[in-house]
Ligand binder design. Structure first.
Ligand code: CP3
Length: 357
């Protein structure tokens, strides 16, 4: 070109939320920003709701409370993504798997699934029947947020859901699910297939009711060695993506797996649009390993939010610079931690929103 200058694409003139433009690869003036678990216990306003409604299941299964809690961070911090307040375990009762979240203990599955007979009892999830409050809440959120941010839905990935229901709750060494995987793999495969079919339907349901992008959390997939990830997680993630693409070809899908550094090259094989990196991967190296077709999300250490304001600003700029000026959603490398000072969260969003490429 004349003078050696390359014409820069124009900033897209679109009413789309910034987050969707960035995923598409449009030229945007700054990366969109939101935080995993941005609604929750680090916020005083959330703790006040918890005092009045001590049951997590009530808070996450009542339309008015779901909407109110989802909007708490939106009102204060104006993130570019507003994630539905819910849990990856929320669909389980609809599959005949009762659960609760117990304070100080975390998720509890009362009757862990360990045998072929147990897995036989699991039924396919019908979202409109079991979680109508999710569809209703997403619709209200879309109206309230009005394209100033993207409304985000989410689901748990088959392996991560299976790890909870086989272990009976959170786990350190994942011995029960590995015992099943490595002695009766066909039983685990049959459970994973049920979660796959049900979660694909659940994503479609969320998209039909107002979710503009959906994140799939495979939080514990990296407990698997790569060869086992290829057997017990990857094919199911791919099947979910393929199924959703048939009905919703333009719905952006984001995949998060914590500790995924050793699996990075395999994650794009799922077909998702965005890979969310945790902070143990250098953003520039992660970007290189993933290739330029895919968008990246992340990856500031949640612990950075306990640092000084200057330090927080430095890490934001460092992460954005390493991610490059396209296809990056600024986020943490995992969920925001309880005890994070709200003023540091406010600072994080101010600096991020004030940034220009
Ligand atoms: O991001 C958001 O703001 C949306 C809310 C959200 C929650 N859970 C609310 C919640 C999201 C996206 C989740 C996903 C989730 N749930 C994951 C995947 C994300 C990740 O962290 O890897 C997982 C593994 C779960 C299962 C789960 N639910 C755990 C491990 C816990 C914490 C238990 C504890 O006591 O610390 C929960 C409970 C839960 N889900 C809380 C919140 C805000 C905390 C309990 C409460 O607020 O009463």
């Amino acid at each position: 070109t004349v003078g050696g200058s390359v014409a820069e694409p124009k900033v897209a003139a679109t009413a789309d939320p910034l987050l969707l433009s960035a995923i598409r690869g449009d030229k945007v003036e700054r990366p969109p920003v939101w935080l995993m678990r941005q609604a929750g216990r680090y916020m005083k306003s959330y703790q006040q709701i918890c005092e009045k409604y001590p049951s997590f299941r009530e808070r996450s299964e009542n339309v008015d409370l779901v909407v109110e809690i989802s909007l708490q961070p939106w009102k204060v911090f104006k993130p570019d993504g507003v994630i539905l307040f819910s849990d990856i375990l929320t669909p389980l009762p609809g599959m005949n798997i009762p659960f609760d979240i117990v304070k100080g203990k975390g998720p509890v599955i009362y009757n862990p699934l360990r045998t072929a007979a147990d897995v036989n009892e699991v039924v396919e999830f019908v979202p409109e029947e079991w979680v109508p409050y999710v569809g209703e809440a997403l619709g209200i959120l879309q109206t309230e947020v009005n394209n100033e941010a993207a409304v985000l839905g989410f689901v748990g990935a088959p392996f991560t859901l299976a790890s909870y229901v086989v272990e009976g709750g959170s786990s350190k060494h994942f011995t029960k699910i590995k015992s099943l995987a490595f002695s009766q793999p066909q039983v685990l495969h049959s459970l994973l297939q049920k979660f796959t079919t049900s979660m694909a339907k659940y994503i479609q349901y969320q998209a039909d009711h107002g979710a503009q992008a959906v994140q799939i959390f495979d939080s514990w997939a990296t407990e698997l060695s790569p060869v086992d990830f290829e057997e017990f997680s990857l094919p199911y993630l791919k099947q979910i993506v393929d199924t959703v693409r048939q009905t919703h070809p333009n719905l952006p899908l984001i995949l998060y797996a914590s500790g995924s550094g050793g699996l990075l090259e395999r994650l794009p094989l799922t077909g998702v649009d965005v890979v969310s990196l945790d902070w143990t991967v250098d953003m520039a190296e992660g970007r290189k390993r993933l290739g330029s077709d895919i968008a990246v999300q992340g990856n500031v250490d949640p612990g950075v939010l306990f640092g000084s304001k200057e330090f927080i600003s430095g890490r934001i700029h460092d992460t954005i610079r390493k991610a490059g000026d396209r296809k990056h959603i600024l986020n943490l490398g995992h969920g925001i931690v309880v005890g994070t000072p709200e003023e540091n969260v406010a600072h994080f969003f101010e600096v991020a929103r004030g940034f220009r490429y």
